[in-house]
Design a protein around this ligand. Structure first.
Ligand code: SF4
Length: 326
């Protein structure tokens, strides 16, 4: 990725929330760059902070520490028109295609809402643009006057994608966009996102817990555990060589379509409980579940280190060359 242009950079971002038990550290020091035209897959179990990170990028949550840079500028330095421009350039596709559409609005109003707010089109040009957007996602003019309940889950997700595309974004945070869909429809939506990326030069942060599907769309994959990134590498690379024990466990759980291979392979079952993000353990936060944990792990939190070109791992036992965060 060295010759690519950074679009969005997260630098040691921490986002936390006050809860009755204390402070919940949802995102705990994440550094990550998304390049122009790239898809970064962000994977991890439910509650690990993936969606909070996505919403921090969208400026819905303000980080307590660290910076979110868009084309080199801190997104919290924007005022007035610049702030509005940022909300146009960075869009979101939501997880639940049933809950994310206003049930009382017809599709044309849902897709046109952003265009009206940003005064990008009006009158006949607005109508034509809505039709064009619906056609881009595989729907048609005849769908514009219908209500969301008249569509299947896959079609609703297409409406959500048309709405995200309406403002001509550069980066889309896809927050588990396929997890509520049937498997056959998931592939259609992923193929649609890939096609649109090619046509429009989009960048995606693709949040999911489905490691088999994220491989189809991502250039790089970042694995998140308890608010921190524990491994980042090129998509194909991480499936061949994975070093963090958590990544190993996740990948060992992907079902394989060949029954003979599926029966013979070893699945890694993690013991222990996920610690509370309100009360993170000292040292490595994966310590209580890690089969390889040693004394050093209980004392010191490991940093992301580049152990092979472009392959970063946060584990004391993974080989290291230098200590650069990416
Ligand atoms: Fe396991 Fe230690 Fe590596 Fe953490 S640092 S993942 S506890 S081996």
């Amino acid at each position: 990725m060295a010759n690519q242009v950074p679009l969005l950079e997260l630098k040691h971002v921490k986002t936390s929330f006050k809860v009755p038990q204390g402070v919940l550290k949802a995102v705990n020091g994440v550094s990550l760059t998304i390049y122009k035209g790239e898809t970064v897959g962000l994977v991890g179990e439910s509650g690990c902070g993936k969606s909070t990170l996505g919403k921090t990028i969208l400026r819905l949550y303000r980080p307590d520490e660290g910076q979110v840079l868009y084309e080199g500028r801190d997104i919290w330095s924007y005022r007035g028109r610049e702030k509005k421009q940022y909300t146009r350039k960075v869009q979101m596709i939501f997880q639940d295609p049933y809950a994310c559409l206003d049930p009382l609005s017809v599709v044309s109003d849902i897709v046109a809402e952003g265009l009206r707010i940003h005064r990008m089109y009006e009158g006949q040009a607005l109508e034509d643009r809505v039709t064009e957007l619906l056609q881009m996602v595989g729907l048609g003019r005849e769908h514009a006057s219908r209500f969301p309940h008249e569509f299947s889950g896959g079609q609703r997700q297409r409406i959500g994608i048309a709405r995200a595309l309406s403002l001509e974004p550069e980066l889309i945070v896809c927050d588990e966009p396929i997890s509520a869909l049937d498997v056959s429809i998931q592939a259609q939506v992923v193929n649609l996102l890939k096609k649109l990326q090619k046509e429009m030069g989009l960048s995606y942060l693709f949040i999911t817990h489905d490691l088999s599907m994220v491989r189809q769309i991502s250039n790089r994959i970042a694995v998140m555990y308890l608010g921190s990134l524990v491994e980042i590498a090129d998509s194909e690379d991480i499936y061949l060589k994975h070093y963090h024990p958590y990544t190993k466990a996740l990948l060992s759980a992907i079902p394989i379509a060949d029954p003979a291979v599926e029966r013979s392979r070893r699945r890694i079952l993690l013991g222990g409980d996920v610690p509370s993000p309100v009360n993170l353990p000292k040292g490595c936060s994966f310590c209580g579940r890690c089969p390889d944990a040693c004394d050093q792990c209980r004392r010191e939190a490991p940093q992301l280190r580049e152990i092979e070109p472009g392959h970063f791992v946060a584990c004391h036992l993974a080989g290291a060359k230098k200590t650069v965060q990416k």
